[in-house]
Design a protein around this ligand. Structure first.
Ligand SMILES: [Fe+2]
Length: 230
């Protein structure tokens, strides 16, 4: 083979590797989007819920988000190895702490008269523990995939959560306003961070890649439907 031909083969191989990386990320993104679509499709119409059912959803959501989002994002920060992923996750943590998102969450719950009770905490306990233990394994790619799913779900869930709170007589919407903004750049950065992490890690079987997504999806199901009482 001539030197020129070798050059062409190498360039073609490089394009092939790039394309396969892109399609890998696109397929992860597709899996996450489908998981979010399924969850949203399973939500019950707020107009058909009782006041106690609406209160329960807000309370269980608060019980999970208030004390765990920053904790899990910190787990992701500890686990990742690439500068791109660290920078992206640090931006997120900085915003959470600087703007006191747990405080925003609590104000939202107080205004909707949905402060989590012992029963709310018990209803999510087992599924919450499963996600905590998964995060504790500090496995970089599965954690970043899980947090991408979590952020994507939260953003698309906000209009539903705001609707529940309004029906409970609340006008305090800072939490849902701040988190319901569809930030395309933010999502793209997150998937670039994921690309950087997958490049550093050995390929994972699908079950491991989406293990955290499945555990978190089960936890969210126990938020939106109190699976403990059904
Ligand atoms: Fe937040």
């Amino acid at each position: 083979m001539t030197t020129e031909a070798v050059g062409v083969v190498r360039a073609t191989e490089a394009v092939g590797v790039m394309r396969s990386k892109e399609s890998k990320i696109a397929s992860i993104q597709g899996h996450i989007d489908r998981a979010i679509d399924d969850l949203l499709a399973s939500l019950r119409n707020p107009a058909h819920l009782s006041a106690e059912e609406r209160r329960g959803i807000i309370a269980r959501y608060t019980a999970v988000l208030e004390g765990n989002f920053i904790y899990w994002m910190t787990g992701a920060y500890i686990a990742v190895k690439s500068d791109a992923a660290r920078a992206k996750i640090m931006d997120n943590l900085r915003e959470e702490v600087r703007d006191c998102h747990p405080g925003m969450m609590r104000r939202f719950a107080i205004a909707a008269e949905a402060i989590p009770t012992d029963a709310d905490a018990r209803a999510i306990h087992r599924n919450l523990m499963n996600v905590r233990l998964f995060i504790g394994r500090l496995s970089a790619v599965p954690i970043v995939v899980t947090m991408a799913f979590f952020e994507g779900f939260i953003q698309r869930f906000m209009s539903y959560l705001a609707d529940l709170a309004q029906r409970q007589g609340s006008a305090e919407m800072e939490y849902t306003d701040v988190h319901g903004v569809c930030d395309v750049t933010h999502t793209q950065e997150l998937f670039r961070a994921l690309e950087a992490e997958t490049a550093l890690a050995p390929p994972l079987p699908e079950r491991e890649m989406f293990e955290g997504v499945e555990l978190l999806r089960t936890l969210i199901q126990s938020i939106v439907v109190n699976t403990n009482v059904q």
